[in-house]
Design a protein around this ligand. Structure first.
Ligand code: ADP
Ligand code: ADP
Ligand code: ZN
Length: 212
C-alpha cells in the first residue's frame, strides 16, 4: 500500500492517517509534522521554514522533496500526509517512484466545505509534548485545554489564525486542481466525503483502501 492523502487544511488528514496507519500497520510521513519539528530549532533552515508556514505559504519544493525522498526510498508500503501540495511536487514524486517500480497505489482526496474547514481549524488544539490533536467543538480534552495523556497545556498551531487559515485555503485551491487532475488521469484518485464524525469518515476510507 503506497498512498497519498490530499485534502484542504483541516479536512482531517492527520486524524485519518493515524487510524489508517494503526489499522494497516503502514508508516506515515506528515510533511506538516516534519516542518513543525524542524521549526523548534533555531538554525537557518528552521527560520526559513517558519517564514513560509507562519504566512500559510508552501515551503519550497526542493526542501520538501528532500524529506519525502528519504522517507519513501525503498519502502514498499507508506502513507504520505500533506504531500504533494502542487503539480511540481506530484511530478517529482512520480518520477522518483516510477524508476524504483514502486509507484503510488492510490490517492485519497478528502473533501470538505469551507465553513466546516474554518470551524475545525479554529477549534484545533495540539499537545506540544505528544502531538495529540484535539478539537474544542468535536473532541475536547477532559480537563480545560490540558492534554489527557500528558497533563500539559494544549496549544494552538501558529498557522491556525483566522487570516492564515484563509490564506492556506486559497493556496490549496490554487495549487491542487492540477494535482487532482493528474491523479485522476492515472486512475489513482479516490474522493472521500470528509463530513460526519471521525469514525464515519474512517469507514469510508477503509472501503477505498481495502485491496490497495
Ligand atoms: P488536517 O491534518 O487535514 O489539517 P486534522 O486531522 O488535524 O486535519 O483535523 C483538523 C481538526 O478537526 C482537529 O482539531 C481534529 O480534531 C478535528 N477533526 C478531524 N476529523 C474530524 C471529524 N470527522 N469531525 C470533527 N472534527 C474532526
Ligand atoms: P494543513 O493540512 O492543516 O494545512 P499541514 O500540517 O499539512 O497543514 O501543513 C502545515 C504547513 O506546512 C503548510 O501550510 C505549509 O506551509 C507547510 N507544508 C506542509 N506540507 C507541505 C508541502 N508538501 N509542501 C510545501 N509546504 C508544506
Ligand atoms: Zn500530550
Amino acid at each position: 500500500m503506497r498512498i497519498a492523502f490530499l485534502g484542504p487544511p483541516g479536512a482531517g488528514k492527520g486524524t485519518q492517517v493515524e487510524l489508517v496507519s494503526r489499522e494497516y500497520g503502514v508508516s506515515v510521513l506528515s510533511t506538516g509534522d516534519a516542518f513543525r519539528a524542524m521549526m523548534k530549532g533555531e538554525d537557518k533552515l528552521a527560520q526559513k521554514v517558519r517564514s513560509y508556514v507562519e504566512k500559510g505559504e508552501l515551503v519550497p519544493d526542493g526542501v520538501v522533496f528532500e524529506i519525502v525522498r528519504e522517507f519513501v526510498d525503498n519502502k514498499d508500503s507508506f502513507i504520505l500526509d500533506g504531500y504533494p501540495r502542487n503539480l511540481r511536487q506530484a511530478e517529482l514524486l512520480d518520477d522518483f517512484l516510477e524508476v524504483k517500480g514502486l509507484a503510488l497505489t492510490g490517492v485519497v482526496n478528502i473533501l470538505l466545505d469551507e465553513d466546516e474547514i474554518v470551524k475545525r481549524l479554529t477549534g484545533r488544539l495540539v499537545c506540544p509534548q505528544c502531538g495529540r490533536v484535539y478539537n474544542i467543538y468535536y473532541s475536547p480534552p477532559h480537563k480545560d485545554e490540558v492534554c489527557d495523556d500528558c497533563g500539559v497545556p494544549l496549544e494552538r498551531r501558529i498557522d491556525d489564525e483566522d487570516d492564515v487559515i484563509r490564506q492556506r485555503i486559497k493556496v490549496y485551491h490554487r495549487e491542487m486542481k492540477p494535482v487532482v487532475d493528474f491523479y485522476q488521469r492515472k486512475g489513482l484518485l479516490f474522493n472521500v466525503d470528509g463530513t460526519g464524525d471521525i469514525h464515519e469518515v474512517f469507514e469510508r476510507i477503509k472501503k477505498v483502501l481495502d485491496g490497495k
